[in-house]
Design a protein around this ligand. Structure first.
Ligand SMILES: [Zn+2]
Length: 447
């Protein structure tokens, strides 16, 4: 069925889309009919059968694979139970919605509340395991202990079921703290290791409203997937009804997952369906080659020429030196000093500073300077062009030419105050600037 829909998607996208829509509408209608007395229930849209040996690890929080869900399909999972006080309320809420979930039960909790394990099973949910004692850092435990935790957890839940059946071969490691050894062991036992696609942080000290918000926000980001919740938390009990109502309002559907058995074969799937967002031929992507992974060697591993290669005494260089130095005996020790002693760091601050008096001009020198400027003023008439252009160079080199064309300033003005000379010289510069602008504007207008 799924394979045929996906096959059609490749050939005739529109037809497949219609078929898909009809199928989902039919599924929703069926789920409402399957939940008598609860017209607002989200229900369970379908059940998928998975083969743990074919897909030993799932959940995009840690792996690149997840359950073969269609867009807007959600799998509910609850960890750490059974704890009657809250687990029973969770079961009641799910029953009111005819929503089927997977429960990852703790062996010790099952020993303490075997009735709770049977309630989960009798309500039609999938019973799975979550270790015996819920150790917080299983990835750091010796592998033998991790194995015992997994096996004892299964044994305890099996005992609590008390009907000769075993829990589903679905395993979730506490805190998702897996390591290679645990993954290999789980695979060797035919267990499917479940991570999740998104949590709602309901084990943290947050409000029920926050649990609801995180569940919906994170689901919206991925569009589908496995939701990780805990049936031993009051905030989860408080948040769950709202989560289920909102899931329905936004068009999400609940999917129930069960393990394959000899008389219940796995739902046929294509390998790409086990990816969260399988590549599609109708979505344009640039297929660039992947950037290769560079292996960066440590600096010690860089090739270094052998010391012997650099030692001139081992080569003919020594002989040549001797030949070149014939008649001039080379001193065995270099006669010049090799070591340069630097002054201490503090000395730099103590460098001699010239005294202020050094720059004081004697009275006589000032007179001489004034006299020379007066004599220069006398000859300014002759060199006025030169003087004004030199002053302008200080103001604006660009308009120097325009200012040079001005009539020469009088000798008196030049000597009296350099400021006024500057002002008079600045005027033509501004004029030139304005002219320049108007010319540019005119040029623009022409275009
Ligand atoms: Zn847990």
């Amino acid at each position: 069925m799924i394979a045929s829909i996906f096959g059609g998607l490749r050939r005739r996208p529109l037809t497949a889309l219609c078929v898909g829509l009809l199928a989902s509408v039919a599924a929703q209608a069926a789920s409402a009919a399957d939940c008598p007395g609860h017209p607002d229930a989200i229900g369970t849209s379908r059940t998928i059968v998975v083969d743990p040996r074919a897909h030993p690890i799932i959940g995009t929080m840690q792996y690149n694979k997840t359950l073969p869900l269609a867009d807007r399909e959600v799998v509910l999972t609850f960890d750490d139970g059974p704890l009657p006080k809250y687990s029973n309320q969770i079961l009641d809420i799910l029953a009111a919605h005819c929503a089927k979930a997977t429960f990852f039960l703790v062996g010790r909790q099952a020993n303490a509340n075997p009735e709770g394990v049977r309630k989960v099973r009798d309500a039609g949910h999938t019973v799975a395991t979550h270790s015996q004692n819920h150790p917080t850092g299983m990835d750091r435990l010796p592998l033998d202990r991790s194995r015992r935790e997994i096996e004892q957890g299964i044994a305890s839940v099996t005992a609590a079921l008390a009907d000769g059946t075993a829990p589903a071969p679905f395993l979730r490691i506490p805190g998702l703290r897996v390591n290679d050894g645990i993954e290999e062991f789980a695979a060797s036992k035919g267990l499917q290791l479940w991570s999740a696609d998104f949590p709602a942080d309901d084990w943290r000290n947050v409000s029920a409203n926050r649990v609801y918000e995180l569940a919906m926000q994170r689901l919206e980001k991925k569009g589908k997937g496995i939701l990780l919740l805990h049936d031993i938390q009051p905030r989860t009990v408080a948040a769950l009804p709202r989560i289920l109502r909102e899931l329905k309002a936004r068009g999400y559907r609940i999917v129930h997952v069960v393990p394959a058995t000899p008389d219940r074969p796995a739902t046929p799937t294509e390998p790409q369906q086990w990816q969260l967002h399988p590549p599609s031929e109708v979505v344009a992507t640039s297929r660039w080659p992947k950037v290769p992974k560079f292996a960066f060697a440590g600096p010690a591993a860089l090739p270094v020429p052998a010391l012997s290669d650099l030692d001139w005494r081992t080569t003919d260089l020594g002989g040549r030196t001797a030949r070149r130095g014939r008649g001039v005996p080379l001193p065995p020790v270099t006669p010049w000093p090799r070591q340069t002693t630097l002054p201490p760091a503090g000395t730099l601050a103590a460098l001699p500073v010239p005294a202020a008096s050094l720059f004081k001009l004697p009275e006589s020198a000032r007179l001489t300077l004034l006299a020379s400027s007066a004599s220069r003023a006398a000859t300014a008439q002759a060199r006025s062009t030169e003087v004004s252009s030199a002053k302008l160079a200080g103001k604006s080199r660009r308009h120097g030419r325009a200012a040079a064309a001005q009539p020469p300033a009088s000798a008196g003005q030049a000597a009296q105050a350099p400021q006024s000379a500057g002002e008079t010289a600045a005027k033509p510069a501004v004029q030139a600037k304005r002219n320049g602008r108007s010319v540019r504007v005119a040029g623009l207008k022409k275009r």
